[in-house]
Ligand binder design. Structure first.
Ligand SMILES: [Zn+2]
Length: 79
């Protein structure tokens, strides 16, 4: 798994980065995509989030599919 883009310390504030989950939302103009429980690394200090490559590829696939289907609102659980 590609992890080299994920910092061990926050480059913005130097805080500790811990793994957790986040909610990813995309406004498609025609609708809104909400993906819950997206695995992410989150800075404990400033709240900056990083999503791994493998995960963001999955998010792109969800977004593309929803765009093709002209979805109004799609809530997806990811884990
Ligand atoms: Zn930070």
């Amino acid at each position: 798994m590609e992890r080299k883009l994920i910092p061990s310390k926050c480059p913005l504030c130097g805080g500790n980065v811990a793994s957790g989950t986040t909610t990813f939302t995309v406004d498609l103009k025609t609708g809104l995509i909400v993906v819950r429980d997206v695995p992410a690394l989150i800075c404990a200090q400033c709240g900056e989030e990083w999503i791994e490559n493998a995960v963001s590829i999955k998010l792109e696939m969800i977004t593309d599919r929803a765009r093709l289907q002209n979805t109004q609102l799609e809530v997806v659980l990811m884990v």
